[in-house]
Write a protein that binds this ligand. Structure first.
Ligand SMILES: [Zn+2]
Length: 506
């Protein structure tokens, strides 16, 4: 029997969320702790909030997580400041928008603001650790190397260490990144950089590693660059084996790739949602999207949904292990993502000018040893807010360069429901030039305005979309012309902001 999943069902599901407790403006504030706790931030790359049952998704993608939230602070409306890894991670780690940190495309934040990061803000009284599976995020962490006590090279938690370490012993991650950008993204293996012999060695090592995992991963083990594979177990094992031995207090940032594409569900989840009859809201193709047809989109969505339980299972293993260790008493655990993923409007993935909710709304959950009971925060929050919140919770000063705010329920100021929050995609912008081709969303109150400009496909036109996020969470009814006053006011706010951030580069 076909089970149609409509927008109405989505709203109904959202309304039925158990124990949802809206945090009103005058709710008593949760006090920051008095001692210096450890902070562990876990990022799972490209993990859209749309695909979690705790936020109303109908597929059971995270059965473990759903049972682990009794003492969690769960953020239901958390917006990443960008829609792909580099600016998304940079905003998370710096508490600033991309027009400030300038990591618009694949480069790291500007040198001039390299001290503006979470590790520097915590300071050297903490043992600071950074790791990323994803070479783009690793490049950003690498930029903050002066503020880290322990930096773990990307390949250390892959299945095999390959050629880059031998060629560039001191800068293997830069080599991995160059490899990733130059060869992988352009699908070009014919570069002079790699001789035929090197290619052969790489492929042999990689295929030997894959063969060892063929029973566990029927579609092959996960990878991001073509020259290596990884399994999430390696990274989780590292944390279980090593966290307890780190000097305390520590601040650790671990950025893992799943459920980033290619989606490679382990055997126990592969096919789990096949023929479950789920249908999803039909949305029109967007002028700035691709042209992936519905059948392919549904199939890829299913594979993504079958890959998420792998994240769930491994995070549960880490959570349980930490809970049974002495770290349970003094370690604050944060679970989030750098951006989302989309399966609609002709687009699969997150390489896009679009800023619809599936690609920018991400999970955020905070597990704080000093806090008992579940709190559900439904106010809109930004990925910029995590940095000041984590500092505040350890009674560390929040630097003036931070553009985010301390999150509810930890903020002693009332929640400002009219707060302006942005999400930005400006990949075509040179590092020190004005933003002239971009997508910018402004959220304020119940509304979200997205401004698309400068793209060739728009042929000199600008595109504005205005959605009422409570009445129309699927963003199907563009109100830009039917609500002219709100449209004009938000457009003025957004364009004034754009002029302000462009001014130093004119
Ligand atoms: Zn990413």
């Amino acid at each position: 029997m076909s089970e149609k999943f409509s927008r109405r069902d989505f709203l109904k599901l959202s309304a039925m969320l158990p124990m949802v407790k809206v945090v009103p403006a005058l709710e008593p504030v949760l006090e920051a702790g008095t001692d210096k706790k450890n902070t562990l931030v876990i990022v799972f790359d490209a993990w859209s909030a749309y695909h979690l049952p705790v936020y109303g998704y109908p597929r059971t993608t995270t059965p473990y997580l759903s049972s682990m939230l009794d003492n969690a602070i769960v953020y239901h409306n958390h917006i990443s400041a960008a829609n792909f890894t580099t600016p998304g991670t940079a905003s998370l780690l710096t508490g600033t928008y991309s027009w400030t940190h300038r990591a618009f495309n694949h480069d790291a934040p500007a040198q001039s603001v390299s001290g503006h990061n979470i590790f520097h803000a915590f300071g050297s009284q903490y043992h600071r650790v950074g790791y990323s599976h994803n070479p783009l995020a690793a490049h950003i962490i690498h930029r903050f190397m002066d503020d880290l006590e322990t930096y773990i090279p990307t390949q250390d938690l892959y299945l095999t260490k390959l050629w880059t370490d031998n060629l560039f012993p001191n800068d293997s991650d830069i080599a991995v990144l160059s490899n990733f950008i130059t060869f992988e993204q352009q699908n070009n293996w014919n570069s002079l950089f790699l001789s035929e012999i090197y290619k052969l060695i790489i492929f042999r090592k990689r295929e030997a590693a894959a063969a060892a995992y063929k029973d566990e991963f029927p579609n092959g083990p996960p990878f991001i660059t073509r020259n290596n594979y990884y399994v999430l177990e390696t990274g989780i094992d590292w944390l279980i084996d090593n966290l307890q031995n780190l000097p305390q207090p520590f601040v650790a940032y671990f950025h893992f790739l799943p459920p980033h594409q290619p989606y490679k569900p382990p055997v126990q989840f592969d096919g789990r949602f096949e023929d479950d009859g789920r249908e999803f809201p039909q949305k029109p193709f967007h002028v700035l999207a691709g042209s992936d047809q519905d059948e392919k989109t549904l199939q890829r969505r299913q594979q993504y949904d079958e890959y998420i339980p792998y994240v769930d299972e491994e995070f549960h293993r880490l959570f349980t292990s930490l809970g049974d260790s002495p770290l349970a008493e003094n370690t604050r655990l944060v679970l989030t993502s750098d951006h989302g993923e989309m399966f609609e409007r002709g687009l699969i993935g997150h390489t896009t000018p679009l800023l619809f909710e599936p690609v920018v709304r991400v999970p955020l959950m905070i597990f704080d040893p000093g806090h008992k009971g579940r709190v559900d925060v439904t106010s809109r929050t930004s990925s910029l807010d995590l940095l000041p919140t984590l500092l505040h919770l350890n009674n560390e000063p929040v630097p003036e360069w931070v553009e985010g705010q301390v999150l509810p329920p930890f903020n002693d100021q009332p929640v400002d429901e009219e707060r302006q929050i942005y999400s930005v995609q400006a990949k075509d912008t040179p590092k020190f030039a004005p933003i002239e081709t971009a997508s910018i969303s402004l959220y304020q109150g119940p509304y979200k305005l997205t401004y698309y400009f400068g793209y060739d496909k728009l042929a000199g036109e600008e595109l504005f979309e205005l959605y009422h996020m409570e009445d129309d969470p699927e963003e199907l009814d563009n109100l830009y012309t039917s609500l002219p006053e709100i449209a004009a006011s938000m457009t003025e706010t957004l364009q004034a902001k754009l002029a302000e951030v462009n001014e130093p580069y004119r």
